[in-house]
Structures are given as structure tokens and as C-alpha cells.
Design a protein around this ligand. Structure first.
Ligand SMILES: [Zn+2]
Length: 499
């Protein structure tokens, strides 16, 4: 961050119209004391304001981007972990892990933590015995791409004090064990790890994110903040196990954390009401075509309502994870019954009834369009009867539901452009679009990625300057978009210019 820069003039920039307005002629945008204070005709000399100046030369200006769903510690660790995202079968995973385990066995048996393989695309269940056979005494924990289960060998189960078994560790047991995987097998991310991922996000034009990390007390962020991790806006969002500490500190929704400014605030209470597609635990009305199960809820209706009420009483909005259609209906009913406000995280399978109720209740659909890139083959195979009700971005917008895009990093990379391109093109560049009737426009996708911000006088000085018009970019260019300049509260957090 560049300290002491309280004013900044962006000369000759074009404001990207996200609300149907015609493309703008170049303007000068002045940011002072953290806010946009002036939009004016380009000044001849640019010298009228004696402030640091960026020559925009017709570049495109958007509000700083937001990622509405991140697990930041896991994303910071992802770079250190064995990347299994390119494997396509359990056999491939075992081959990669066996090779690394042979090296580690010779050098002190340092544990292996891998992530990104997709058990959900495989036609068979994996076993602990085959992982033991591949890697012997080196502790191994392999985190599935959906982060809803881990494939651990016996050495890792023993090291973490988990009961021995021959299956993966899934859902509630996995979420409880996960912090020990980090502390026991790999070590928590350092401030330097956080700074690296925050800088990379800023380079993509990101100004803020919602952090849903598990077992992450607010004190961790308050401590990290002055250690150079104060680059972006962060909404720290507690799970129920953190509620007591929130109340004890006198914090409520939107409040700044002790010792921080209004860029580090308290977000929503996070509740996980069902599982995932990849682990076959998302709660649905109809069975999965391969397992025959319907998934399961994590709470009874009464327990879910009680959690929402607790959040409401603590002065927090509530973010409820619901992926299956039955979980979504149950979550919507719980909001209606309790009067809690907030968001549905994922809403991956919708019903017309749930969409109408979300619009009526003012609930935000916090969705991750980039997941469709990885999930559509599995969806077509195990949810063929409901594929047309998955990632229903067009239907949500059409019914007036507020939509917010996120990545769920590390499930998908922390890159809003990947989500925007997936939402617009319903596939990778060159793909036949998957259910194109649910595609949205680039302007709609961008509007879902800026946390309701606009480029206007009085708005916070959170902006990103782009070399290309995002509304006139093809799929490949949208995906590859980077910011030439990113500001948060008027402070430059990323720049390709010498200012
Ligand atoms: Zn998540």
C-alpha cells in the first residue's frame, strides 16, 4: 500500500455502464480521503488538481471487484499443497502421491497435504488401504476439490487422533478435523502467505472479500491486519462456534474489528445446512443417479431455525450454505419463520418456489459460477433430471433476486473474472455453452461482482482500471482480464503505473 496518498486523479477514464446506460465518454475521476468526490470533463492540462495523477488514456473504470465467498487461509495454503487438480482418477492420484511419498520417506517422512482431486467424478469409492499401500508411513491427507471430505491414510488418521477406518473423512467430522490437518500436518499460513494471495487478488481488480474460513477467530484477523495484510476490504464471517467471542467483544454485523478501520468488519454468521455434489451429500428431493441416496441435512428444521435466531439476536445477518434443492427450500423456510436476513450460499439447485421466496424475503443468492465448469459433467451424470435447475443465474436475476458472485476459493481460484466469464459463456472458451438459457450478460455478471458499488460521487474510492472494455470482450479475454490499477478506499493497492 502506498501510504499518505489521500488524493488521486484518474484522467481520461471511461466508466463501464453496469446499469444499461450508454458507454461513457472519457471523464476525470477524483478520489479524495477515501471517496469519489468529482466526475468531470477531462481537464486540458490535468494540472488544475495538484494531486497524484494516473493518465487513464481511455482505459475502462469499474467499481473494485468483490469475492463474496472465500476460505482465505485455505487459499493461502493452496500454493504450498500438492496440486491434484489435474488428476482424473483415483489411480492417477495414487501414482502422484506414491512418487512424492517415496522421496519423503527417505527425508524424514514430512507429511503430504494435497488438494484438488475430484472424487465426485469417479465411478468408485476410494479406500484407506490403497492409500496406505501407496505411501506407507508418510502421513497423507488429500482434500477433495469440494472441500467436503478428506482422503487420509492410516498414518495421518493416527497422527490426528482420528479413528481408523477404510473410507474418507466427510462433512461434520471432516470440518472438525480440518484445523488439525493444518496445525498438525502443514502449519498455518503466515502473514507473508496472506500478503501474497491478497496482492494477487488486487492485481485482478479485487477490492474486497468475504472470509468464511473455518475455526478462524476474529483475533486472528485483528492480529494479521497490521502485519501488512490490510490490503483489501475483509468481511470476517464467523461460524456458530465463534458467536460467543463475537458477543463477548461487543461486536455485531458491520462493526470494525478492534484495532482496525472500516475495511475490516464483521460479516454474516455462516451456517452449513447440507453437503456438496462432489461428496453426494447435498440434500435433494430426488436421489442421485449413482448412489441412490438423496444427501442429508446437517440440522433438523428446529435446529436450523434456532441457529438463524441466534445470529439475528447477535445482530448478524446469516449466510446459509444450501446446495441441494431440498436444503434450499428448508433454508428459505427458516428465514421466513425467523425473520433473519442474509444470503443463501451456493443455491446450486433451485426450484421456482424457492427463487420466488428468496426474492420476496430479500435474500441474496451468493453463487459461484466457476463451479459449473467443474460440476457440469457430474451434474449431467448424477443429476440428469435437475441439470436445468442448476446454476440458474438468469432465473434468479429475472425474479429480482440480488445475486452476488464468489469463488469459494480454494474450490475455485480467487478470480472474479473466471466467475464472470463462466456466468456469461456457461463454459470454458471454445466450449459448447452448458444450459445457455441461464447465461447472463457481462454487465449483469459485473454488477453481481461489485457488492452493490457504483462509480459515482460519494461512493467509496474502490475502483479498478482495465485495459479492455469488459462488456465487449470475448470469453478468453474476460477470463484473462487483469487490472492496471486497483484502489481500495482511495489507496493504491495494485498499479502498473508509476505514480
Ligand atoms: Zn465455502
Amino acid at each position: 500500500m502506498i501510504d499518505g496518498m489521500s488524493s488521486l486523479l484518474l484522467r481520461q477514464v471511461r466508466i463501464v455502464p453496469l446499469n444499461g446506460a450508454p458507454a461513457a465518454v472519457p471523464l476525470d475521476v477524483l478520489i479524495e480521503d477515501g471517496f469519489i468526490t468529482e466526475l468531470s470533463e477531462p481537464s486540458e492540462r490535468g494540472g488544475a488538481h495538484r494531486v497524484p495523477t494516473v493518465e487513464g488514456d481511455g482505459r475502462w473504470l469499474i467499481p473494485g471487484l468483490w469475492d463474496a465467498h472465500v476460505h482465505l487461509a485455505q487459499w493461502a495454503l493452496a500454493a504450498r499443497r500438492l496440486d491434484l487438480s489435474q488428476t482424473s482418477s483415483p489411480e492417477e492420484v495414487l501414482a502422484v502421491v506414491a512418487r512424492l511419498a517415496r522421496d519423503r520417506a527417505a527425508g524424514g517422512r514430512r507429511p503430504i497435504v494435497g488438494m484438488g482431486h475430484r472424487a465426485g467424478t469417479s465411478s468408485r469409492q476410494v479406500t484407506v488401504a490403497e492409500l496406505d499401500a501407496a505411501c506407507g508411513a508418510v502421513p497423507v491427507a488429500l482434500i477433495n476439490a469440494d472441500c467436503h471430505h478428506g482422503w487420509l491414510n492410516t498414518a495421518a488418521l493416527d497422527a490426528l487422533g482420528l479413528p481408523r477406518r477404510d473410507t474418507v473423512v466427510a462433512e461434520a467430522e471432516w470440518f472438525a478435523a480440518y484445523p488439525r490437518v493444518v496445525s498438525g500436518l502443514e502449519g498455518a499460513p503466515t502473514p507473508a502467505d496472506y500478503r501474497q494471495v491478497l496482492r494477487a487478488a488486487a492485481a485482478r481488480g479485487v477490492a474486497g472479500l468475504v472470509d468464511f474460513e473455518f475455526s478462524a477467530p476474529w483475533r486472528d484477523w485483528a492480529q494479521r491486519w497490521p502485519e501488512g495484510c490490510d490490503l483489501l476490504r475483509i468481511r470476517w464471517s464467523p461460524y456458530p462456534d465463534q458467536l460467543d467471542s463475537v458477543r463477548a467483544a461487543g461486536l455485531s454485523g458491520g462493526a470494525s474489528l478492534p484495532g482496525a478501520d472500516d475495511r475490516l468488519t464483521v460479516g454474516s454468521l455462516k451456517i452449513i445446512s447440507d453437503g456438496s455434489l462432489g461428496t453426494r451429500t447435498a440434500w435433494c428431493y430426488e436421489p442421485y443417479a449413482d448412489t441412490g441416496g438423496c444427501g442429508a441435512p446437517n440440522q433438523s428444521a428446529a435446529e436450523l431455525a434456532e441457529l438463524l435466531t441466534e445470529g439475528k439476536r447477535a445482530g448478524l445477518s446469516v449466510a446459509t450454505h444450501a446446495i441441494g434443492d431440498r436444503a434450499l427450500d428448508a433454508a428459505v423456510r427458516a428465514y421466513a419463520a425467523t425473520g433473519a436476513h442474509g444470503s443463501i450460499e451456493h443455491a446450486q439447485v433451485t426450484t421456482g418456489h424457492a427463487i420466488a421466496a428468496m426474492a420476496r424475503l430479500g435474500l441474496t443468492a451468493s453463487v459461484q459460477p466457476a463451479h459449473l465448469l467443474d460440476d457440469w459433467p457430474t451434474t449431467d451424470r448424477v443429476w440428469p433430471d435437475r441439470a436445468d435447475r442448476c446454476f440458474t443465474l438468469r432465473s434468479l436475476l429475472g425474479h429480482g433476486v440480488r445475486v452476488a458472485f464468489g469463488s469459494d476459493a480454494p474450490v475455485a481460484p480467487l478470480d472474479p473474472w473466471l466467475a464472470i466469464a463462466a456466468a456469461v459463456h456457461r463454459g470454458r472458451p471454445g466450449d459448447e455453452p452448458w444450459h445457455p438459457e441461464q447465461a447472463v450478460t457481462a454487465a449483469e455478471a459485473l454488477a453481481a461482482s461489485v457488492d452493490g458499488r457504483r462509480i459515482a460521487v460519494g461512493q467509496p474510492g474502490d475502483v479498478a482500471l482495465l485495459a479492455f472494455d469488459p462488456l465487449a470482450s470475448d470469453a478468453a479475454r474476460l477470463r484473462a482480464m487483469r487490472a492496471d490499477l486497483t484502489c481500495v478506499a482511495g489507496q493504491v493497492v495494485h498499479s502498473e503505473f508509476s505514480i
